[in-house]
Design a binder for this molecule. Structure first.
Ligand code: ADP
Ligand code: MG
Length: 238
């Protein structure tokens, strides 16, 4: 069974359709990258999975549950955004533990979860700092820490690295992949950067104009692009 199952999914804003009947299976434990040019509907699709955007038609299931009408808090997902706004007046530890506090978890249990996540992310020395005293990469790790402490069934990333400089972007790619290898949490990762997609994905979903052009492993797309759009986008010589 797929971890996330998408069937005949549509989204319209006003009268304008931006997602046109998508079908997609995201396997349990996979690292799936949604890639495509700006405006093709990547964020809209991710936000519908997260429950941040209403579904116009179709169905989304997470595990066996149909989540169409569930609020984000009941979907067992955690999302990391491009503009990972940290709470400026809370410490790193408080930022990471905030969602757990909202759930009513007790202080000692929160501290344990936060310390475990901090150890994984190399944030242990920074737990008592405030966000302003962190580098860009450290802030990004805190944003990931907020997601990890919740032990979600699915991680959703929307262009999490696009505000970082090129060198740090490459480093964070590796860190996110290592994290996935360690936790094996099903991940849907959005980027418009084909190199990021090729280097990070088990499976790439190429989108254009609210449709899926092709789904496949990075090398499959490179060797056997379904059409000229995929070939040009992935950069294979056909
Ligand atoms: P991507 O993330 O691939 O850049 P988006 O999912 O943000 O693309 O956008 C897909 C399309 O939906 C674009 O044409 C965009 O203008 C439109 N869109 C996104 N959000 C809204 C909104 N809140 N209202 C109206 N149109 C929107
Ligand atoms: Mg987007």
């Amino acid at each position: 069974m797929a971890e996330v199952t998408i069937r005949a999914l549509e989204k319209s804003y006003g009268g304008l359709k931006v997602i046109h009947g998508l079908d997609l299976d995201i396997p349990d434990g996979a690292f799936v990258v949604l890639v495509g040019p700006s405006g093709c509907g990547k964020s809209t699709l991710l936000r519908m999975i997260a429950g941040l955007e209403e579904i116009t038609a179709g169905e989304i299931r997470i595990g066996a549950r149909r989540v169409n009408n569930l609020p984000p808090s009941e979907r067992d997902i955690a999302m990391v955004f491009q503009n990972y706004a940290l709470y400026p007046h809370k410490t790193v530890a408080a930022n990471m533990g905030f969602a757990l506090k909202m759930r009513g978890m007790n202080k000692a249990a929160i501290r344990t979860k936060v310390e475990q996540a901090a150890a994984i992310l190399g944030l242990t020395p920074y737990l008592d700092r405030y966000p302003r005293a962190l580098s860009g990469g450290q802030r990004q790790r805190v944003a990931m820490g907020r997601a990890i402490v919740r032990d979600p069934q699915v991680f959703l990333f929307d262009e999490p690295l696009s505000n970082l400089d090129a060198k740090l972007r490459v480093q964070m790619r590796t860190e996110i992949k290592e994290l996935h290898q360690r936790l094996k949490t099903t991940t849907v990762y959005v980027t418009h950067d084909q190199i990021e997609a090729m280097t990070m994905a088990d499976r790439i979903v190429v989108m254009q104009g609210g449709r899926i052009e092709q789904v496949g492993a990075p090398l499959d797309l490179y060797d056997r692009p379904a059409n000229t759009f995929v070939a040009a986008f992935i950069g294979s010589p056909s």
